[in-house]
Each structure stands twice: as C-alpha cells, then as structure tokens.
Design a protein around this ligand. Structure first.
Ligand code: GLA
Length: 362
C-alpha cells in the first residue's frame, strides 16, 4: 500500500473540493495469513511492537497515538460493511516515514482493510471502498477527508490523480517527464491520532461554520468576495484559504497538462503562503524548509498533508533535482543530528495505487 504526497489542494477535500495527490513508490507492506479464529495479531518491523485483539462488534479506541488504532479502525470498517469474519496474523513493514504528512496512517489502515477482506474471500471496488474508508478512519478521532484513500488505492503510475468528491471520481493527470518532485522532511512531526488531531478538526470546523453563516450550500458555490460578510477572523481566513486553494487546483491541473513548470511551482508557493498565513497549519520548520527549497533552486515548494510538521513537496526540473537535494543538505540540514538522508529526502516518483493493477478506476 503506497504512501502519497499531495501536490496541491490542501485542507479542502473534507469540503468536497478537488485535490491533486500522487502515490509514492514508498509503501507500507502488510503480509498476512488468515486465522481460523477471530483474533487479529500484528507485528511491526519498524519498532512499534506487537498488537493483538479480538475482532468483535463494538471495538473501542486503543490508547491515544497507538498504531493499534488503525488496525482497530480497519476491523470496525470491514465489520460494519461486510460483517465480522476470521482474523489474521500480519507483519507490517514500512519505508514511509510516519507522522510526516505522507499518509503512512491511511496506507496502514487501507492495507489492513484489504487484508481482512482478502482473508475472508471478499472483494470490493474502488467506489465501495471510497464509501466506507474515509468515514471509517475517523475512528481514530481525526475527521479527515477522502484524499488519502483515493490516492493510495486509485493512483496511476506516472501520473498525479485528480480526485473529486460526491460522486468520487479519480482521473489521472500525467506528470511531464521533465518534472521531478522532491519530498523533504522538516524534522518535526505531527501525530494524526494524537496532538495534531484537535488542530486539524478545528480547521475543518471553522471552514464549515463560515459556509453555514453565509448560507451557501457548498464551497463549489463560494466566491472570494463572500468573505467580506464574515465577522470572525478565524472563519474569514479559513474560508479564503479554501476558496483560493480551489482555484489553485484548477490552475495547477491546467499547468501540468500544458507542461508549464514555472506556473505550477508558483502555485505551490502560493498554496504554502495561504496555509501559513490564513489557515495557520504551518510551523517555523516547514516555513524555513519551503524557503530553503526555493533558494536551492526548486520552482516552488509547499507543506504537504495536514501540516503542523512533516514534509514539504518541491517541484524541480528533473535535471536539477540532484543539485537541489545537495543544496538542501548543505543548507537546511547542515548540523542537524537527527537528519537521515534515506528517510528525510525522498525523490518522489508517481507510483501506482493498490488497485491500479485491478483496473478498478476509469
Ligand atoms: C490529512 C487528511 C486528508 C486531508 C489532508 C489535508 O492528510 O487525512 O483527508 O484533509 O490532511 O489536505
């Protein structure tokens, strides 16, 4: 199950607006054997230990921030839609950094959902999975949208995925061959099933309240000028982020189709500014890294994922990416003892989602 990097369209999927992620070649691997009973056993090869529980109706959350929450969420999701079944013995191995905004959590969760389905002889389409996975992962307490599940399941190799909601569609947008993305870690992390959860939910709530106050049916009908009618700074700024990010996604898709790298890069940088100044989901490390990437020769850079830590995605000309990497090492990362190049600087190539080979998407 691959991770994903969101290229643009941040904090708008849960408002039903289009986003443009791509799957990574790094992944969470779930190897499993079906059990004869209803227990779920999992061992992590990344140092998170062993977990075991009984797959019954009415499972509760485990301790805050514990990876078992994603396993329980998968069991609850499958149980509610397809019924309880036999459990699995699973081994989990990942080369995706955790809590980095690269969807290691959704990859783990979706990987377990598919494992439980397969162990019970069940199959599900992209559309069926997209109905139950986004609400199902909210079991962990973060009220996320459907972008991550769409990307990790439905992405197409060599392409970004334009994901639309209500109804869910996933359309591949080819990444020009001379473009290359670099994902760089800010060395600060954001725990989605822990501390960042309340912050994330508060952003969603503020955007929702703004829409309600304006009496608009959805963000598709919202106009920038409507912001003038909002008195609360929090609601106005959240609203403006969402509406302007919606436009940036449209422009970014057009720029990618036309191969206009400078335009796409400028949109990434503008998205970062909006996330920093309006939605306030950035932090000093992410701001510093996005700036360092631009100084290092990237055409644009922005925080990716929920924010509050994690990674920046930067667009480079393919011929320039290695030089940008070296300049970041000599600049931003210099003297930072926790820096580990293999984990923290990723050449992101657009990979395929878990269902791609099944032809599950249009
Ligand atoms: C998290 C959520 C996604 C999306 C992003 C922000 O990754 O899981 O649904 O909301 O944050 O764009």
């Amino acid at each position: 199950m691959p991770g994903r990097v969101n290229l643009i369209g941040e904090h708008i999927d849960y408002h039903g607006l289009d986003v443009l992620p791509m799957a990574l070649e790094r992944r969470v691997r779930v190897r499993f054997t079906p059990r004869q009973d209803t227990r779920i056993h999992a061992v992590s090869h990344n140092g998170y230990g062993r977990r075991a529980f009984e797959w019954t109706g009415g499972l509760d959350r485990a301790a805050e921030g514990d990876w078992e929450n994603y396993l329980r969420a998968a069991a609850v999701t499958v149980g509610a839609r397809w019924g309880l079944g036999r459990g699995i013995d699973a081994e989990v191995d990942s080369d995706l950094p955790a809590a980095a905004g690269l969807s290691s959590s959704s990859a783990l969760y979706a990987g377990f959902v598919l494992a439980l389905l397969e162990a019970n002889g069940l199959q599900a389409s992209f559309e069926e999975l997209m109905e139950v996975l986004p609400p199902g992962e909210q079991f962990v307490g973060t009220r996320g949208g459907g972008m991550d599940h769409a990307a990790v399941l439905g992405a197409v190799g060599g392409a970004a995925l334009r994901v639309s909601f209500a109804p869910v569609t996933a359309r591949a947008v080819a990444v020009p061959r001379d473009w290359a993305f670099l994902v760089a870690h800010s060395l600060t992390t954001a725990q989605k099933s822990g501390g960042a959860r309340e912050e994330y939910n508060a952003r969603r709530q503020a955007g929702h309240e703004a829409l309600k106050r304006l009496g608009l049916p959805s963000y598709k009908e919202a106009r920038e000028a409507d912001a003038g009618r909002l008195d609360s700074d929090l609601e106005r700024e959240s609203f403006l982020h969402v509406v302007t990010e919606r436009e940036r996604v449209e422009q970014a898709v057009a720029a990618m189709q036309a191969g206009e790298a400078e335009t796409f890069g400028a949109l990434l940088t503008a998205s970062h500014a909006s996330l920093r100044d309006r939605l306030k989901v950035s932090c000093a490390a992410l701001d510093g890294l996005a700036e360092a990437a631009a100084e290092a020769g990237a055409l644009g850079a922005r925080l990716t994922g929920a924010g509050f830590g994690g990674c920046v995605v930067a667009l480079c000309r393919r011929t320039e990416r290695a030089a940008v990497r070296e300049r970041l090492k000599a600049g931003f990362y210099l003297g930072k003892a926790e820096f580990d190049e293999q984990r923290h600087l990723i050449d992101a190539e657009p990979g395929a989602g878990a269902l791609a080979s099944l032809g599950a998407i249009e």
